[in-house]
Design a protein around this ligand. Structure first.
Ligand code: GLC
Length: 447
């Protein structure tokens, strides 16, 4: 059988560093992470793109900088909640597109230490998560709507401002590139182990505006710098050059993501609602069960799931997120065995039945059957007769009895022959759905 490590190791165009499969082993084991989008947009509380959507100048937007004071900030609470939810890593926006920095960067004044709050927000956060055994990653925006040398593009808040555009030719792009490379150097030098670097993003040329990509970011040189500072850091794929992790956003793929026909290391990132930053009035929140289904679906396709929270301007997580994370924790306490260290079922196994997802633990040779819809008593697994040694409900380790092969099923009303194929395995389920949000049956496969 093929393990996820073998498959994930096949990655096209990998930059040289410790072997990819080796560097990414913890990542595929982890499977579930917390994304944190936090910045000045938390005050506006209406999407992290508000500066661009509302065409706001840096001066005008600066009012949030002058009032940023997250007095209830307690990252230890976030870290405990994430860890209890079964999250094994986090990725936080050190800087988002607005340009505001959570850390005490020497290269800008636009940082947390210069707000009324007056302290570095990043360092205590990374320390708190590491103290809980959660690995730490950083998101760094390639876009910057505050830096004076950052030129116009189709995403820039000032894109339709003629006076601003008139000065574009005088902007010194290489100053910005130095800034971006320099800030990354700071983060990779002074903030401990950075397990993931999530860079966001390359911009297509549109509406007469030039794009920004590999050339503009000086991506090859950038990746070399990252590798030389922290050779184990996993880099995402938005720099315009091949990265370590492919990162579809708000999208559940049909199958294991492939590049040039080869399965790659991938991670789906998702919000609870429609925004990454705190959005007070947004109501399209996914239910806990829906999020769990997405997590399971992702792992069943060999991917990781990065679930976002947008803390508010008092420094607290949205109550709606807290409630859901706690509920996820309730499920994960009993079912993390079907997530951590698991991957897609081996291709040579028969297909998964309808409304279900398989995940597979290659080390213990166990298959996990997640039931998205609870059937009536019998669940038929075509092709599985003879493959399973023992089956149990993961929730309480209660045996799930199996009927295999051509045998007649025995009912109270007598025996009948429904023409079962010889390769059929039927699981005898309780009529009543167990309490778990998503019930899981653990199938111990024969060696
Ligand atoms: C994006 C968005 C953004 C968000 C992110 C999440 O491309 O610009 O606001 O931070 O992806 O991955």
């Amino acid at each position: 059988m093929t393990s996820n490590k073998d498959q994930a190791g096949v990655q096209s165009g990998q930059p040289a560093a410790p072997a990819h499969a080796e560097r990414s082993e913890w990542f595929t084991e982890a499977r579930f992470g917390l994304y944190i989008h936090w910045g000045l947009y938390a005050l506006g509380a209406r999407h992290e793109w508000m500066q661009s959507r509302e065409f706001r100048s840096s001066e005008d937007y600066g009012k949030y900088f002058r009032h940023f004071d997250p007095d209830l900030y307690d990252p230890a609470k976030w870290a405990k909640l994430a860890s209890a939810a079964g999250m094994k890593y986090m990725v936080v926006t050190a800087k988002h597109h607005e340009g505001f920095c959570l850390w005490d960067s020497e290269l800008t004044d636009y940082k947390a230490t210069n707000t009324p709050y007056g302290k570095d927000l990043l360092r205590p956060m990374l320390e708190a998560f590491r103290a809980e055994g959660v690995r730490t990653g950083l998101y760094y925006s390639l876009l910057d709507w505050h830096h004076p040398d950052y030129t116009l593009d189709v995403k820039h808040p000032m894109r339709y401002n003629k006076d601003y555009a008139a000065l574009d030719a005088q902007r010194n792009w290489s100053n910005y590139v130095d800034y971006m490379h320099g800030q990354t150097r700071e983060l990779l030098t002074d903030y401990g182990d950075v397990d993931v670097l999530f860079l966001d993003f390359s911009i297509p040329a549109e509406e007469g505006f030039p794009g920004k990509g590999k050339e503009e970011w000086q991506s090859e040189r950038y990746v070399e710098m990252v590798r030389s500072l922290q050779p184990n850091t996993l880099i995402n794929d938005r720099l315009g050059v091949p990265g370590d992790i492919t990162t579809p956003e708000q999208y559940q793929p049909r199958e294991w993501i492939k590049i040039d026909g080869k399965p790659v290391l991938w991670e789906a990132c998702h919000t609870f609602s429609g925004s990454w930053g705190y959005y007070r009035d947004e109501e399209s929140w996914k239910s806990t069960e829906q999020v769990l289904r997405m997590l399971i679906d992702t792992v069943s396709k060999g991917g990781n799931f990065l679930l976002n929270v947008g803390p508010n301007a008092r420094g607290e997580l949205d109550e709606r997120a807290v409630e859901r994370l706690e509920e996820i924790g309730v499920w994960m306490r009993k079912h993390s065995r079907s997530i951590h260290g698991c991957t897609a079922a081996p291709a040579e196994l028969p297909p998964c039945p309808e409304d279900c997802r398989f995940t597979y633990d290659p080390k213990r040779h166990r298959l996990y059957l997640h039931l998205f819809a609870w059937p009536f008593k019998q669940l038929h697994l075509a092709g599985f007769s003879g493959l399973v040694d023992y089956a149990q409900l993961l929730d309480d380790a209660s045996e799930i009895r199996m009927v295999e092969g051509e045998r007649k099923l025995t009912m109270e009303a007598g025996a009948f022959d429904e023409g079962r194929p010889a390769n059929m395995l039927t699981l005898q389920l309780p009529v009543k759905k167990p309490k778990a949000a998503i019930p899981v049956i653990e199938l111990m496969l024969k060696k």
